[in-house]
Design a protein around this ligand. Structure first.
Ligand code: ADP
Ligand code: MG
Length: 676
């Protein structure tokens, strides 16, 4: 057998087992080596029976005193009870419907048990503990693997043990100098010790090396996608971005002016711009985008502006048509919902150069969309577009400048991971006249008070949003639906004009409702999160969120940002029936803070990075051990080294870098580096 041998070459692995292993992505011995434990049991020092705490998994060494089987009767489970003791006390290991295990125990012998103790009528028990004869199981740190049906912990451990003898044959994929400079252990040591560590220190070293490895390979991959583009367009130094500000109905804030300057400097240099604009909801990102687009058009180039939803794209289209249209800029709109002839018309305008700017959804990245001279690509994304989608859009130009706008503040290290080596501008100032939105968190019981308040605001001529998590009531989810809330409000407030908005309506209907609401034709808009992004109605002052416990913090913050868009005092009411600590923490954070950055950090803390960023959507590969937030310090270490390696060998063509190149390709998919 060798490291590349199939798992079926191990004795006892037949087609059934192979199938289960296949579900875990394991086909060869090498796959086993790279399939890491999810946890470890420290079986080096046993816990005294008298020290067992119910609920806390522990390792115990005890002599078996008796083995008793109770026969299974009709509807009753067969029970096997193994009584064992150490010098401090007795405990019972209990197994249901597994009396065949009786054979594995011999009275008077010492066994190791590992399990979660429970307390039953004064006895301490372990239900279905893991066990083994003491001589074979003591003194070890034992790996615990993620499982699938058809394979047990015991079986996979045996396979891993067999595989670990090949760890030394594993190919070293990190360049020598990277290992030396960062004092990493070699891959053989890491793969052997991540499974069967002799000491905790060995485990730490092994894991550090493997985490470093994952982050390094990922970072190299992201950098390689980026380095393709460094020379770009040098737009005219004509002050168009400043000239444009005269046409706006308001004066830009200091922050907006600063960011526009930063963008203009990037655009005028012949380096390709790759800039991220972070600005909280309502900070005025659109005006900044307009300045950049106007500049691009004045220099004779086209601009593309991509938004994550149809509604938002349409809103941007309207804003830009209003602001830029009168200046002679020709603007088009594109989404998947247009008719064929409408699409063709836009495509023709872009190809011939008759159209200067196009705004749209991801329909913009379709192959049929071609530009005569695309110079600036803007994505307003709220984390919804992947690395690939952004790249596909910019490929339609000749190294166009790139601007990414987001309302979710991200720590710099994470921004670099998600967007490559990007420059960041921050809009840290709100347009004048905005008031703090008063936020209250209440429970279901206060609904009456909330409705009275709603009536008061609407009677004063204001409008309100009521958001609920579901479209229709479903039996298995305990949450309110918009149809239910809509019916209830209609009954409660027959004098008010109430509308319904959700994702299952078609675009025309949605637009009609939104437009009517914006024009003041409705008092209350009952909606799902389809209104989450970007929609602005100045007269709306109340945002009521039903089942607030079901929304993430960043999402709540976005929803709250729908009000407070005008000069009136605005309110946000979070109704929740969540009793859990997380939902309480969430409500408190929302009531206490209106700072998007702080809220984002809390969100990250409460939910973890996977959910927060949806890494999959961003084209960031899944990693086994590395955690983008927990291992930010390792990430820092990785960044410098990765740049150095690529500086010496940008395409990783040197022989010594071949294994690394293979890893990068494996992580991002073959050909990804070449295509993007
Ligand atoms: P976001 O950053 O959330 O995309 P928008 O660009 O939609 O914010 O701007 C929010 C609102 O503020 C819009 O109605 C816009 O017209 C207005 N606005 C933007 N900049 C200013 C400013 N400097 N002064 C006054 N109002 C502004
Ligand atoms: Mg916006």
């Amino acid at each position: 057998m060798m490291i590349d041998s199939p798992v079926t070459s191990v004795k006892g692995v037949g087609p059934k087992k192979a199938e289960a292993l296949d579900r875990l992505g394991i086909h060869t011995m090498s796959d086993l080596l790279y399939f890491y434990p999810r946890d470890y049991e420290d079986r080096r020092s046993p816990v005294a029976v008298s020290d067992l705490v119910p609920g806390e998994p522990a390792f115990v060494k005890a002599v078996v005193i008796s083995v008793v089987k109770t026969p299974g009767r009709y509807r009753k489970k067969q029970i096997l009870k193994v009584l064992a003791e150490d010098s401090t006390g007795r405990m019972e290991a209990v197994f249901f419907n597994a009396s065949f295990l009786a054979r594995d125990f011999t009275q008077g012998e010492v066994y190791c048990f590992y399990g979660k103790p429970t307390s039953s009528q004064g006895h301490i028990q372990m239900i279905h503990p893991e066990f083994a004869k003491a001589d074979s199981a003591s003194g070890e740190i034992v790996p615990v693997y993620p499982l699938t049906s058809g394979i047990t912990q015991r079986e996979i451990r045996k396979l891993e043990k067999a595989a670990s003898q090949f760890a030394g044959e594993a190919e070293e994929d990190l360049p020598d100098e990277v290992i030396k400079d960062n004092a990493l252990c070699d891959i053989g040591y890491a793969l052997s010790n991540v499974h069967f560590p002799e000491t905790m220190e060995a485990l730490r070293k092994a894991k550090y090396r493997l985490i470093y490895d994952e982050l390094f390979v990922m970072h190299i991959g992201l950098l390689m996608m980026r380095t393709k583009c460094s020379d770009g367009i040098a737009f005219s130094r004509d002050g168009a971005e400043t000239e444009y500000q005269k046409y706006l109905p308001y004066e830009l804030t200091g922050a907006q002016k600063r960011v526009v300057k930063e963008i203009a400097a990037d655009m005028e240099s012949h380096q390709q711009m790759n800039r991220l604009i972070q600005g909280d909801v309502g900070s005025g990102k659109t005006a900044v985008a307009e300045c950049a687009l106007y500049k691009a058009v004045k220099s004779g180039y086209q601009g593309a502006f991509m938004a994550p939803t149809e509604l938002l794209a349409r809103q941007h289209f309207k804003t830009l048509s209003n602001d830029l249209g009168p200046l002679g800029v020709r603007i088009g709109f594109l989404s998947g919902h247009l008719s064929k002839s409408e699409k063709d018309e836009v495509a023709e305008g872009l190809r011939s150069g008759k159209m200067d700017i196009v705004i749209g959804t991801h329909a913009l990245i379709q192959p049929s969309v071609e530009f005569s001279d695309l110079g600036l690509v803007i994505t307003d994304e709220q984390h919804r577009f992947g690395v690939n989608q952004r790249a596909l859009l910019s490929e339609k130009g000749n190294d166009p400048d790139i601007l990414v706008m987001t309302a979710t503040p991200i720590p710099r290290t994470l921004a670099v991971i998600m967007y490559g080596d990007i420059d960041i501008s921050v809009l840290d100032e709100m347009p004048p006249g905005r008031q703090e939105i008063l936020t209250k968190a209440v429970t279901d019981k206060s609904r009456g008070i909330v409705y009275d308040f709603l009536r008061g605001e609407i009677s004063r001529g204001r409008q309100a949003y009521v958001v609920a998590p579901l479209i229709d009531k479903t039996e298995d989810i305990d949450a309110r639906s918009v149809t239910e809330v809509y019916d209830e409000l209609k009954k409660k407030f027959p004098e008010f004009r109430i509308a319904l908005l959700h994702g299952q309506m078609n675009e025309k209907e949605k637009d009609a409702v939104m437009e009517e609401f914006a024009a003041g034709g409705y008092d209350i808009l009952v909606a799902t999160v389809v209104i989450e992004v970007g929609i602005a109605v100045a007269n709306a002052t109340v945002m009521v969120i039903e089942n607030a416990e079901r929304f993430g913090l960043a999402q709540l913050h976005q929803l709250r940002g729908r009000v407070g868009r005008g000069r009136e005092q605005s309110y946000c009411v979070l109704i929740s029936n969540g009793e859990g600590q997380v939902s309480k923490d969430r409500a408190r954070t929302m009531v206490e803070s209106s700072d998007g950055f702080y809220i984002a950090e809390k969100d990250l803390e409460l939910r973890g990075p996977g959910e927060f960023f949806g890494t999959r959507q961003h084209g960031i590969p899944d990693m086994q051990l590395a955690d983008l937030v927990k291992h930010m310090d390792i990430m820092e270490a990785v960044r410098g080294t990765a740049s150095e390696v690529l500086r010496d060998d940008p395409e990783l063509t040197a022989g010594k870098n071949t294994p690394l190149r293979k890893r990068v390709e494996a992580m991002f998919g073959r050909g990804s580096i070449i295509n993007i």
